[in-house]
Design a protein around this ligand. Structure first.
Ligand SMILES: *[C@@H]1O[C@H](CO)[C@@H](O)[C@H](O)[C@H]1NC(C)=O
Ligand SMILES: *[C@@H]1O[C@H](CO)[C@@H](O)[C@H](O)[C@H]1NC(C)=O
Ligand SMILES: *[C@@H]1O[C@H](CO)[C@@H](O)[C@H](O)[C@H]1NC(C)=O
Ligand SMILES: *[C@@H]1O[C@H](CO)[C@@H](O)[C@H](O)[C@H]1NC(C)=O
Ligand SMILES: *[C@@H]1O[C@H](CO)[C@@H](O)[C@H](O)[C@H]1NC(C)=O
Ligand SMILES: *[C@@H]1O[C@H](CO)[C@@H](O)[C@H](O)[C@H]1NC(C)=O
Ligand SMILES: *[C@@H]1O[C@H](CO)[C@@H](O)[C@H](O)[C@H]1NC(C)=O
Ligand SMILES: *[C@@H]1O[C@H](CO)[C@@H](O)[C@H](O)[C@H]1NC(C)=O
Ligand SMILES: *[C@@H]1O[C@H](CO)[C@@H](O)[C@H](O)[C@H]1NC(C)=O
Ligand SMILES: *[C@@H]1O[C@H](CO)[C@@H](O)[C@H](O)[C@H]1NC(C)=O
Length: 884
């Protein structure tokens, strides 16, 4: 007898083991288990658990505290915790398109001695699954896989270090637990019995864990010793189905209630029925099932000793999050309702689409090829959720298609070996940066096959051999190969070079100071621009105007309609490399440096949110600048008008503003007289165009040296049209508006009368001219006459032209030229606007000054002129500030 028992026990154990191993597709991971203890058979279930080594690349192993061991056993005892990285992921091999029950168990067990409250997030792939906030939690979800790998990720939400004890996956049949949409997160699963027994594997072949629900006071247990036929898709356990609950009072309903959070959560309930009593001929058990007061199904009669599962076909919301399921006896029923077991789930819609499968696979191959397993962010989905996307990747997101990887930056990552062939499978790549590594071998041909590639940066490696012609010839590709001692190529043709000679191939040439991040921004913009190339032909109507007239944009668009020059705020962020470099601060915003087109530098003026005045000015400026095109007016490249975020994107003026050059704050080199004349002639041309050339005609209203910007060739352009207002042609020659302008430059007549004419600009221009001549402050309270115009006037009455002149010019100018310029300036400053010259007249006079200066003999002048300019240019290429 005794031996018989032992035999049975042994047999049972063996049976369990066999079943465990026979259970196909089960994944049982004991997180934090040391490899030497792996695998083992768990007590009770007999399932084989293995260590998580190889499934996760980060984290440390831990063990729950001694006092918690009494209530736990393996696999709860060990855990893995993740002190580093914002997100850490397990990567599991699964079967694609399979209905999996996925379970994650968390038993804190004071493993770290901190007696903390857990708080962290659990993700399934890129989607939030649950927030873990209790010391002992089991999260279960029924989810259909979309690929052959599955990531379970733990993400920090605060200081608490995420941990996990067990990960279990059980493939289910396809046609069970089917939902209209989304995955099923388990709320509870119970069967009705007073046995107190928890049923799981092997009794439940899917290892669903059934807790015995102790019957409520007014409930009675029904049970059978006869076997229940459980042969159906749900494969329930006999033990689960052999008992059930009915109301004690035959005429009562059977109620089951639970709460969901948040209240809008949708629920599914799966009810398992089987008639357990032997009904007499005149007995009927029949009931209706209602969820939240709505009929779910019925009238229904359980089948004798045969399992049947019923569910709601649509997910249901519970009022205020309080769900009530009611089994209501029908009038013809002689017996009360009966329920054997129930599972309740909430629906989680996993809306976040995973990264393009091929891209994800390719980047993992790249990761493996370079052994980048320690990169803490290189876990889980490469692109999503955005806040956890991998370092060094940039992805392109759209609402309808999976994210794709279009940028890979592995510069300075200690890479060795060849350029990984796996890169060729990143087919959406636009930018590839592998600079400053220790890569060897040749530049592979496959790089030219990347359809969208625009930048390949291989600087600072140990690459060798010839560069494939296909790469050199690829249109629109920027290939950087500097600092590869053994590269054997020059632009256009390949030829051998002596060892040690540095080679640089840049197609097309890009300033080497340009950081990669900036190139990216530029490129993304380039992509935008590529499609809608706006021709910048002087004198012709700009293409955007044709666009808004001819190919008329949709009427729903905002007032500023120039689609092709409009940027989103995120484009602006990328363009400015997250507002990295400030060029200057203007009246109503900060100006940042940025890139468009890969090579085109821009100045991005961000309109500060605060000034409401600013918004009006912003719109005025956009509308104006989009109409105006002239080589002496700073061109508008585009703008951003996205709610609160407004920005203007101008062409970049490498040499900043005129004032900086005059004051010497930019560099210590002075502008000679000829250069100053050229600058004022440029500015005058810009103004003249505003006054006479463009439609409608315009007054600048804020002409001053800080609004005259210089490009890399020291050509001047007028900036800041924010204060400009159109004024009508013919008829009235003025418009009355709020007086605007800068003290010292402001036309006194305009100030007094509030009558604005183009002659106000002429006045301001006269001040600029005086600054060019004297290089003195416009207003200087310490001067006998604070205003420069008055001061010059006094000096002139004294006949002292020499002391007017900027002493740093060292007398190196044609005095006739200077004298004429002084005269001109004073005539511009005539208190009576009608007696001031027009800008056309100013231009003629200035050109005469230039002719006069140029006709002056003497080698020293030429030398000076050249050196001063050239030196400025050399010194200016990498310094920036351009204030407006
Ligand atoms: C173990 O479980 C028992 C009964 O539920 C409980 O009273 C006890 O506090 C638990 N021990 C620990 C360390 O949690
Ligand atoms: C492990 O912990 C979970 C959560 O507390 C519990 O439900 C489960 O029964 C435990 N299992 C074992 C084998 O200790
Ligand atoms: C997962 O699958 C990949 C390739 O199919 C294989 O290389 C890897 O070893 C597998 N991992 C595990 C843990 O089975
Ligand atoms: C159990 O039910 C299935 C299908 O419903 C049937 O094919 C099978 O014969 C039944 N088994 C027994 C033992 O009645
Ligand atoms: C059973 O319920 C009905 C209706 O709720 C009630 O009238 C009756 O008194 C109850 N019977 C018992 C025995 O409690
Ligand atoms: C079930 O719910 C209904 C409606 O809320 C209630 O009238 C009834 O008394 C409940 N029955 C039991 C047994 O609690
Ligand atoms: C059903 O039949 C049994 C005898 O078979 C009888 O004792 C019982 O009273 C009947 N019940 C009803 C409600 O008619
Ligand atoms: C990666 O991590 C492992 C274990 O944490 C460590 O042994 C190895 O040195 C690391 N490799 C690198 C390249 O940091
Ligand atoms: C590229 O992808 C294809 C198809 O997925 C695969 O067969 C091939 O091995 C990959 N190539 C490399 C170099 O990883
Ligand atoms: C590159 O590798 C060589 C040898 O393989 C080594 O001597 C050199 O220090 C490495 N350079 C860098 C920058 O890691």
């Amino acid at each position: 007898m005794e031996s018989h028992r032992v035999f049975v026990a042994t047999f049972m154990l063996i049976l369990h083991l066999v079943q465990a191993q026979d259970q196909p597709g089960f994944i049982n991971v004991d997180c934090g288990l040391l490899p030497r203890d792996s695998p083992y058979n768990a007590l009770g279930t007999g399932l084989v658990y293995t260590s998580d080594v190889g499934l996760v690349s980060s984290g440390k192993t831990g063990k729950i505290a001694k006092e918690f061991e009494e209530n736990n056993s393996t696999p709860n005892l060990t855990l893995r915790y993740f002190p580093d990285g914002a997100r850490n992921c397990y990567n599991l091999n699964v079967s694609r398109d399979t209905n999996y029950m996925i379970k994650a168990t968390f038993v804190y067990g004071n493993y770290d001695g901190h007696k903390d409250e857990p708080n962290f997030d659990l993700y399934l792939g890129p989607n939030l699954w649950a927030t873990v906030s209790r010391s002992e939690t089991v999260e279960e979800i029924i989810h259909v896989t979309k690929s052959d790998s599955l990531q379970v990720c733990l993400a920090k939400t605060g200081d608490f270090i995420p941990f996990i004890n067990i990960l279990e996956l059980r493939p289910l049949k396809k046609n069970v637990y089917v939902t209209e949409s989304g995955s099923l997160k388990l709320l509870f699963r119970k069967y009705f019995s007073d046995s107190g027994q928890t049923i799981r594997y092997p009794d439940d072949i899917y290892d669903r864990v059934w807790h015995a629900s102790f019957l409520e006071n007014n409930w009675a247990q029904v049970s059978t010793t006869l076997g229940v036929n459980v042969t159906d898709n749900y494969d329930l356990s006999q033990d689960v189905m052999a008992t059930g609950a009915t109301p004690l009072n035959d005429s009562e309903t059977l109620n089951i209630t639970w709460n969901v959070e948040p209240p809008t959560t949708k629920v599914y309930s799966y009810m398992h029925f089987a008639e357990l009593e032997t009904l007499r001929a005149n007995d009927t058990r029949e009931f209706n099932v209602m969820l939240n007061g709505n009929d779910l199904f019925g009238p229904y009669s359980p089948i004798p000793l045969k399992t049947e599962t019923e569910t709601n076909l649509k997910p249901e919301e519970c009022e205020d999050g309080a769900c009530i399921l009611q089994l209501v006896k029908t009038s013809k029923s002689t017996l009360p309702p009966l329920l054997n077991a129930i599972e309740a789930f909430t629906v989680i819609d996993f809306l976040q689409v995973e990264t393009d499968e091929d891209d994800a696979a390719a980047i993992k191959n790249v990761q493996n090829a370079y052994g980048l397993i320690n990169r803490s962010s290189w876990q889980g989905d490469p692109c999503v959720p955005k806040q956890y996307s991998w370092d060094g990747l940039k992805c392109s997101y759209s609402d309808s298609t999976p994210p794709i990887i279009n940028f890979l930056d592995l510069s300075a990552s200690g890479l060795t070996g060849i350029i990984a062939p796996a890169i060729q499978n990143l087919t959406h790549l636009e930018i590839l940066a592998l600079s400053n590594n220790n890569l060897t071998g040749e530049v592979p041909e496959f790089l030219a096959d990347l359809k969208s590639i625009m930048v390949i940066d291989l600087r600072g490696n140990n690459l060798s051999g010839p560069v494939p012609a296909s790469l050199l010839q690829k249109k629109g590709l920027m290939l950087h190969l500097d600092d590869n001692p053994h590269i054997l190529c020059t632009t256009g043709s390949c030829m051998h070079k002596g060892e040690g000679e540095k080679k640089s191939i840049i197609v097309p040439v890009v300033a080497s100071i340009v950081s990669l991040a900036v190139i990216i921004g530029a490129l993304i913009l380039f992509l935008v621009f590529r499609k809608k190339k706006a021709s910048k032909v002087e004198g012709t109507l700009p293409s955007y105007m044709q666009a808004s007239d001819g190919r008329s944009p949709r009427s729903s668009e905002p007032a500023i309609v120039t689609k092709n020059k409009r940027f989103t705020y995120s484009q602006v962020v990328i363009m400015t490399n997250n507002f990295q470099r400030i060029l200057g601060k203007g009246g109503f915003g900060i100006v940042y440096h940025g890139f468009v087109n890969g090579v085109e530098q821009v100045a991005v003026k961000i309109l500060s949110h605060s000034s409401s005045q600013g918004y009006k000015q912003f719109k005025a400026e956009v509308e104006l600048l989009l109409r105006v095109h002239h080589k002496n007016l700073v061109g508008l490249v585009g703008y951003c008008d996205e709610g609160e975020n407004m920005a203007l994107i101008y062409e970049y003026m490498a040499n900043g503003d005129l004032k900086e050059h005059m004051s010497g704050t930019r560099n210590r080199f002075i502008l000679n007289w000829e250069t100053r004349l050229k600058i004022v002639i440029d500015s005058a041309q810009g103004l003249e165009y505003l006054h006479n050339g463009c439609k409608p005609l315009m007054v600048h209203r804020d002409v001053k040296t800080t609004n005259i910007l210089l490009n890399e060739h020291f050509e001047a352009k007028l900036a800041d049209f924010g204060l400009s207002r159109s004024f009508p042609i013919g008829g009235e020659t003025h418009v009355s508006t709020v007086v605007a302008g800068t003290p010292g430059y402001l036309d006194p007549e305009y100030y007094k009368t509030n009558r604005l004419t183009e002659k106000s600009d002429v006045y301001s221009f006269g001040i600029v001219l005086l600054e060019m001549i004297t290089n003195r402050p416009v207003i200087d309270q310490s001067r006998e006459k604070p205003y420069i115009s008055e001061w010059v006037g006094i000096m002139l009455t004294k006949g002292d032209i020499i002391s007017i002149m900027d002493p740093s010019l060292n007398g190196d100018y044609d005095s006739g030229s200077v004298w004429k310029a002084v005269e001109l300036a004073m005539s511009c400053l005539n208190p009576s606007s009608t007696r001031r010259p027009t800008m056309s007249q100013v231009l003629i006079a200035l050109n005469e000054c230039l002719v006069s200066e140029n006709s002056r003999g003497g080698a020293s002048r030429d030398m000076d002129s050249k050196s001063s300019l050239e030196v400025s240019l050399t010194f200016d290429t990498d310094v920036s500030p351009m204030a407006r």
